[in-house]
Design a protein around this ligand. Sequence first.
Ligand SMILES: [Zn+2]
Ligand SMILES: [Zn+2]
Length: 345
Amino acid sequence: MQVAYFTRLRQIELRDEPPPAIAQPDHVLVRIGRLGVCGSDVHYYAEGGIGAQRVEFPATLGHECAGTVMEVGPAAARLKPGDRVAIDPAFTCGACDQCRTGRQNTCRNLRFMGSPGQAPGAAAELAAVPAANCLPVPDAVSLDLAVLAEPLSVGLYAVKLAEMFPAARIAILGSGPIGLSVLLCAKAAAPCTVYVSDLLEPRLELARRCGADYTVNAAETGAVSAILQREPLGLDRVFECSGDPACIDQAAELLAPGGTLMQVGIPPAPRVEFDPHPFRVQELSVRNVRRQKDCVAPVLGMLAEGRMDAAPLVTHHFPLDRIGDAFELVAGYRDGVVKAMVELA
Ligand SMILES: [Zn+2]
Ligand SMILES: [Zn+2]
């Protein structure tokens, strides 16, 4: 089977390898059909890491994936060959203090697909994974949308953690796949007013299609005050989904006293600077969102019921032998790309 490897910065190579074996009784073998290119993958590709987590070349890659079950281990009878599944890429131990208290997203022994030194990446024609991580995909949900269940689950988890209430007024800073996922999930969860900012016009356009009530281009001066003109008392929640440290100060300006900044984006630099005083004086909270937990299956259900339309997020498709082009496109924010999909089967 073909497996994609990062071989050095901005270089992806396909290698031929024997297919993986089902090493544990509760594992299954999945033929990966689609792989989504995620912003975190692109940090590894273009910068060689995220914070202290560095890639050691060569390394496998990718984590947003869906496919078809080919073989099941003896303790994985819940699934059968031919089942279409979305894969939750976070393999947890189930035994540590975090797992035992329902915090499996911060599992002490968590292995994430395609993260340096953790579980093998999903950019391979076949993957052997725990059956517990394979969520059945309803017939009404395409494989593309099943892949999107991963970023959408991060959006749904962020919205749940934010304890949104009816008529909440929120802003989403950054209208990439994660920002748009928060938008779709917020709108599906409760009636709310959503402001979206981004630097790229096509992404703002997409935000409007996905239900944003008002969008601003953050590159223009006065983007924050344009929102505050409409919401003079400030906002209840701000979801930081860009990773741009400047957004932390913007969030402080936008929030009403007592409001909450939901930090979802990944800052590229090891340290960030922001003004702590508005956080102190206005008693603002900061809530970090670490990936997701228990939200992939609910998202698949919401997609099947048509409670949100995530299809517009998929902007590009590439065959496996052009996976490098997919990464270049996403790294360069070119051609209005939001989610690029690699077709493996
Ligand atoms: Zn992702
Ligand atoms: Zn654990």
